[in-house]
Design a protein around this ligand. Structure first.
Ligand SMILES: C[S@@+](CC[C@H](N)C(=O)[O-])C[C@H]1O[C@@H](n2cnc3c(N)ncnc32)[C@H](O)[C@@H]1O
Length: 274
């Protein structure tokens, strides 16, 4: 049986946090922006490759919706579970062991109203991308939300920020070595079309570019991920480079044009929901 996180008393405080955009990351803000209010009346969401952020749970739970997280990485799920408990989002019915691979989900067809797949497909081997898109759509009655960033035109706005160009080059090379396609954002639309062309769906596309600004805090988060991964793989040279970059961002903030976020929503036609 499907388990979900359901609405609870912390809803008011969750809503208050969500109304403070500065407490949401760029990608969380994008999700919030593309989930129209008309959809948020108690629908169930499967968050595939959920990661450790509770923002989507808060958004859905405080509006009476259902939230089911799943991820391929068990420690990630355990970490998310702890946070959901701390934030008093009801997890008593939540199965914490929803370890799932997006390219072969264990859920039956149309088990949820929607799925949410944010910055996950960039991590999937190119030979499995179509299966991943297809699976995310198979398990929903109404629609699938896909969001991916694109780092291809991330640039510093001032010449003086030389370490920033090195940082971007290093991030690209690190991602490439780990099978992550940082430019998947602009390929997302084509992938969703390719897979769902013959299915009864309509596809909505959003492309967002944030204003140039100081995004050092977010780049430091990127550094932390790279430090974490390179620490685990004992790639100490890379780890130390990202530690240096994090220190630089702390000391010398850079004004930059950050990555674009591409969002593609595939909705089933009404007649196909039953
Ligand atoms: C960059 S994080 C994004 C997390 C979250 N969706 C967000 O936007 O904050 C990528 C996540 O995808 C998960 N992931 C990677 N490959 C996956 C797969 N084949 N199936 C399910 N999850 C996967 C990772 O474990 C990680 O939690």
């Amino acid at each position: 049986m499907m388990e979900t996180v359901v609405a609870q008393k912390s809803a008011a405080s969750a809503e208050a946090v969500l109304n403070k955009p500065e407490e949401l990351s760029y990608s969380e803000q994008m999700t919030k922006a593309i989930l129209p209010n008309r959809y948020l009346g108690g629908e169930t969401f499967l968050d595939i490759g959920c990661g450790q952020s509770t923002a989507l749970a808060r958004l859905l739970v405080c509006r009476g919706g259902g939230y089911t997280p799943c991820d391929i990485h068990l420690p990630t799920l355990e970490e998310l579970q702890k946070k959901l408990v701390n934030e008093r989002l009801n997890t008593k019915d939540l199965d914490p062991w929803l370890v799932e691979d997006i390219s072969c989900l264990s859920f039956e067809d149309k088990s949820f109203d929607f799925s949410h797949v944010r910055q996950v497909i960039a991590h999937i081997h190119s030979s499995k991308v179509d299966e991943a898109v297809s699976e995310a759509f198979r398990v929903v009655r109404r629609g699938a939300y896909f969001l991916e960033m694109d780092w291809s035109d991330v640039v510093p706005c001032f010449e003086a920020s030389s370490y920033f160009s090195e940082f971007i080059a290093e991030v690209r090379s690190f991602a490439g070595n780990h099978g992550i396609d940082l430019n998947f954002g602009r390929k997302l639309n084509a992938a969703v079309h390719r897979v769902l062309e013959s299915q009864a769906s309509r596809i909505l596309i959003f492309e967002s570019q944030r204003m140039a600004g100081n995004y050092s805090k977010e780049y430091i988060e990127v550094c932390k991920s790279m430090i974490h991964i390179s620490g685990k793989t004992r790639d100490l040279e890379t780890k130390s480079r990202f530690e240096d970059f994090a220190e630089q961002f702390g000391k010398h903030p850079v004004v930059s044009r950050p990555p674009k976020m591409y969002s593609v929503i595939a909705e089933r036609f009404k007649s196909a929901t039953s």
